[in-house]
Structures are given as C-alpha cells and as structure tokens.
Write a protein that binds this ligand. Structure first.
Ligand SMILES: Nc1ncnc2c1ncn2[C@@H]1O[C@H](COP(=O)(O)OP(=O)(O)OP(=O)(O)O)[C@@H](O)[C@H]1O
Ligand SMILES: [Mg+2]
Length: 339
C-alpha cells in the first residue's frame, strides 16, 4: 500500500539535513510552528507531482546555500532525486535525468491544508486553482489544455493593451480561446458530475443526517461558436478594460447545501464536513481514474477538526498511505518524527 518509504532532504527550506523513515502506513510528524513540517510535505509533493504546492525552487533553497537536494525512496526501492543548483532543477529517477518529472512517474496526491477548510467562502480564483489542480491530476490533458488556454489568453490580453488594436488582430486568439475554453468547460462539468454523484452520500456518512450538498459550476456553458461570439461581442469593452472579460478564467464553483448557496447559509461545521467529503471523494476518483492509490498528505489540519471529524478522517484514509503533520499529538496516535 505504501508508495513512499523514505524522505531525505538537504538544504531544503529550513532543513540542513533531514531523514524520515515512512514505511508505516501512517507517518506522524510533530513539531512546533516554523520547525519545517510543511516543507517535508512539500518535498514529497514535489517528488510525486513534479512541482511544489507552495513556491518556486529559489524560495525552497535554504537561505545562503548553493543547492538543495531531495531524495524520495519509493516502494520497490525506486529512487527520485531532485536537485536544484540555484538555477536549474533536475529530476533523477533510477539514474535517468530529466528537467521535469516524466508523466509516467507522476503519482496522485490528496493534499489537505488548513486553508482548504475555507475553500467554500474564499475567492473564486482560489476555487478555480483548487479544482484546476485536482482536474490536472485526474487527467494530464486537462493541464495541457489549461496551459494552452492561458497562453492564448495572455497573448490576447497583451494585444488588448495595445491602443491601435483592431477586431481582426484578435481573430486567431479568439479561435484558440474558444477552442481550448470549451474543452475546459467540458472537463470541468464532467469531473464535477463525478464528484457530485458521491457528494451527498459521503457527506451524510460524515454528518449522520439527511442533509444534501453539491458543487455547481458557475461558468458559461456555451458551445464553441457561442464562445467565439461572446469574445467578439465584448471587443469594445475588452479594449477599454485592457483584458478579456469573458471566458473560463472567470468561472467559479459554488458549494450548495440543502439547495441553498452554502456560503452564508451552512454552518461552520457543515462547511467543514463538506470539505471533508470532497477530500474523500478526491481520493476515490483519483484512485479510479488514474489507477494508482493516492498518497494522502494532511498538513496540520487536526487542530481544525473536532474529534468526530478527526476520526472520520483517519478511518476514511485507512487504506491509503498518510503522512500527517501536527503541532500536538492527536489522541491515540504514535509519533514517528519529532522536529
Ligand atoms: N528558503 C528558506 N531558507 C531557510 N528557511 C526557510 C526558507 N523558506 C522557509 N523557511 C523557514 O522554514 C521554516 C519552516 O517552514 P514550514 O512551513 O515548513 O514550517 P511548519 O513546521 O510547517 O510551520 P507551521 O506549524 O507554522 O505551519 C519557517 O520558519 C520558514 O520561515
Ligand atoms: Mg506548516
């Protein structure tokens, strides 16, 4: 069941030299604020996904040092070494070097950070980023389309800032935005459908009542032609504003609780249970779609959850490898590393 067996770090954020044995199904890391707990999860995430969830390499590199190195030993003694020399990063997997983590070596991860608890009431861009990251994990092609879309959007926006722009100058960028944009909409709607088909059932299991919940996609569900029309219709407005007002980069996701918008109607506890349900569903979907059991990284969230929800969390992820960080020892758990 375990994916990761060992984590070794050198000059990785605050860590000079760090070594963690994580061959047990659950690894619990205890340490005070600022002791380097999140950094350990960041290294694991980097080895499994190819990039950090927090920052760039120059931020990760320990201050006043010239390189960082992270070595992650996976099951079957497969080794991923990540080196950064202040300029360039390389991944080495069983002796083979590459600038990026090859797709076939990517591994699904369910990351649970304290900020996620506030996803329901946070900004649309935070929610977009959240679901983008999830959908990228479900299907690599989503990420490819997303970066193509973002590139086309950037070019279009750059042109809009130019004063002598004409409608025709935008034509090819409009086509690209409409094409990639409608693809992204399809993926988003489809993936949300998968999440929603489980949402209420999983929620009820946590909350032990008959409430219902789902996540709605607040986006323009238009076909490619209509997408193109909208871009063209908004030309004057976009030109004045200097950016593109219509498109999937503006879409949002709304949590709905008992048929009402959850933000403003659901209680704190209900919100937390919905997020918990979402995390459980993420693990199920990733396992099914990617065909690999995700590694579950729980970063300091025990203090955010009451005992009942903590128990659900541990019970639910019992069949997954978990790496947990906390400032205090949760009841009835054994500590694997103290920082
Ligand atoms: N590049 C770096 N070089 C040196 N120290 C760094 C670097 N980047 C971050 N730090 C420091 O490393 C420490 C560990 O950060 P980290 O987020 O891993 O701690 P943490 O144990 O998760 O803390 P908290 O409990 O507050 O979440 C922090 O004090 C941070 O300021
Ligand atoms: Mg932390």
């Amino acid at each position: 069941m375990n994916v990761i067996e060992r984590v070794k770090l050198r000059y990785f954020r605050c860590h000079d030299e760090f070594d963690l044995d994580c061959r047990r199904p659950t690894t619990l890391i205890i340490g005070e604020n600022g002791s380097g707990k999140t950094s350990i999860l960041e290294a694991v995430y980097l080895a499994l996904r190819g990039k950090s969830f927090k920052g760039v390499d120059k931020e990760i590199l320990k201050r006043d040092e010239s390189f960082y190195r992270a070595e992650i030993v996976l099951k079957d003694a497969q080794k991923i070494i990540i080196r950064f020399n202040g300029n360039k990063k390389e991944f080495e997997i069983d002796g083979k070097k590459s600038a990026r983590l090859p797709k076939k070596n990517r591994y699904p991860v369910v990351l649970f950070e304290p900020d996620d608890i506030y996803l329901i009431s946070s900004s649309p861009s935070r929610r977009r980023d959240y679901f983008d990251e999830l959908f990228k994990q479900i299907d690599d092609n989503y990420g490819t389309y997303l970066s193509k879309y973002n590139k086309a959007l950037r070019q279009r926006n750059d042109l809009l800032k130019n004063e002598i722009i004409s409608r025709d100058d935008l034509f090819s960028w409009n086509i690209m935005c409409a094409n990639y944009g409608t693809e992204l909409i399809k993926w988003r709607v489809q993936n949300l459908g998968k999440i929603n088909s489980k949402m209420t059932e999983v929620y009820r299991d946590i909350a032990n009542n008959n409430d219902s919940c789902r996540i709605d996609y607040l986006g323009a569900r238009v076909d490619e032609n209509e997408y193109l029309n909208r871009l063209e219709m908004n030309f004057e407005r976009d030109r004045i504003m200097g950016h593109t007002s219509f498109g999937v980069h503006r879409d949002d996701y709304e949590f709905v609780f008992n048929d009402k918008k959850a933000d403003g109607s659901a209680s704190r506890g209900e919100n937390r249970s919905m997020i918990l349900a979402l995390k459980f569903i993420e693990a199920q979907i990733l396992e099914k779609e990617v065909g690999k059991k995700p590694v579950v990284l729980l970063d300091d969230i025990f203090s955010e959850l009451d005992e009942m929800r903590q128990k659900h969390l541990v019970d639910n992820f019992r069949n997954y490898q978990m790496i947990i960080t906390s400032t205090t020892v949760p009841s009835e758990m054994r500590v694997d590393k103290e920082l």
